[in-house]
Design a protein around this ligand. Structure first.
Ligand SMILES: Nc1ncnc2c1ncn2[C@@H]1O[C@H](COP(=O)(O)OP(=O)(O)OP(=O)(O)O)[C@@H](O)[C@H]1O
Ligand SMILES: [Mg+2]
Length: 316
């Protein structure tokens, strides 16, 4: 069953002198209840923008977003409030942007104090305290750490606090935007394992944004590969990693040690500017297989095998 869906979703930014930047360009994506979808692509390809639009943390330019069967594309911020409890975001370092002079217990309690219960009542002080304790347990922090300040914690512990905040209201959907990429490699695995454990225990639906393919391979059941604002390939993670169908996916995998036993040539050149994306297939300027058709005609995402989609005129 689909929990979250983007239908031809676009997001543009006006960047002065009448220029328009296409950050997300007609993206269609489905996330089923209980699964983890990995969203990968190079820096600037639009992953965070897509994640924020899907949670309606920013307005959408075109297309539609559906959550739990409800069209939320243009729902007002006020009308979105009850839905906020059901969908949350985990950021790279959420605590870094919060007041370092606040105690961890207060940081985790904040969403519980801000959002009322479904019947409109506020949570009692006792209920908030009990839930904060529960959340600390859930993310592997000690209850006696509640009185400490966030700046006293390590990066990994801060991310645990961020995860506790995101889970405070019991969301069904979590969009995790590069949740471990700011962490030391030694603690990345612990936080990844925590997220996987929570996903399973709480039956969460997750969109896991990352540029690290190894992490995505570990956490995601399905993967969506993004290039210059568009999704170029989707499919079950292991299948995509073993047999990429898009030349961009193949090049990305070839760039990681152990990514794939492939002879795919490494990516050449730079990512073109999203202010002036290439005509036709946006990847044609860097694609080893490009032909005349590729610069003339934009390929749409189409099904190439069960559960697999690719946007390429000449898939591998
Ligand atoms: N508020 C904004 N105003 C103008 N341009 C923006 C804004 N936010 C993002 N962009 C541009 O939109 C494009 C997509 O950015 P986004 O942050 O979504 O990419 P990303 O894939 O998350 O990158 P990263 O891996 O570096 O986090 C980039 O070209 C970026 O410069
Ligand atoms: Mg980002």
């Amino acid at each position: 069953m689909i929990l979250l869906e983007a239908v031809a979703l676009s997001k543009t930014y006006a960047v002065g002198r009448g220029r328009v930047l296409h950050a997300v360009d007609e993206v269609s994506l489905r996330v089923n209840r209980g699964e983890t979808v990995g969203l990968v692509g190079e820096s600037g390809c639009g992953k965070s923008t897509l994640g924020r639009c899907l949670l309606r943390l920013q307005p959408v330019t075109d297309g539609a977003v559906r959550f739990a069967g409800q069209d939320i594309t243009s729902t007002s911020m006020r009308a979105l409030r009850p839905l906020r409890t059901r969908m949350q975001m985990v950021f790279q370092d959420p605590v870094a942007s919060l007041n370092p002079r606040r105690r961890v217990g207060d940081l985790i309690a904040e969403p519980l104090r801000v959002h009322r219960l479904p019947d409109g009542r506020r949570r009692s002080t006792e209920a908030v305290a009990a839930r904060v304790s529960e959340l600390l347990d859930l993310v592997g922090l000690r209850r006696d750490q509640m009185q400490r300040y966030s700046h006293e914690f390590s990066g990994g512990q801060r991310q645990r606090i961020g995860i506790a905040r995101a889970l405070a209201l019991g969301p069904e959907l979590v969009v995790a935007d590069e949740p471990v990429s700011a962490l030391d490699v030694s603690v990345q695995a612990q936080v990844v394992n925590l997220l996987m454990d929570l996903q399973e225990r709480l039956g969460l639906t997750m969109l896991f944004i990352a540029h690290d393919l190894a992490v995505v391979r570990q956490v995601a059941t399905r993967v969506a590969v993004m290039y210059l604002g568009s999704i170029v390939e989707t499919g079950p993670t292991e299948e995509v990693f073993a047999r990429p169908a898009h030349h961009y996916t193949a090049a990305l995998l070839a760039a990681v040690p152990g990514g794939r036993d492939s002879m795919a040539p490494p990516l050449r050149g730079e990512v073109p500017s999203p202010l002036d994306p290439p005509a036709g297939c946006k990847f044609h300027t860097r694609c080893p297989r490009a032909e005349a058709r590729c610069s003339a005609e934009r390929p749409v995402l189409r099904v190439v095998a069960a559960g697999r989609e690719v946007a390429c005129h000449f898939p591998i």
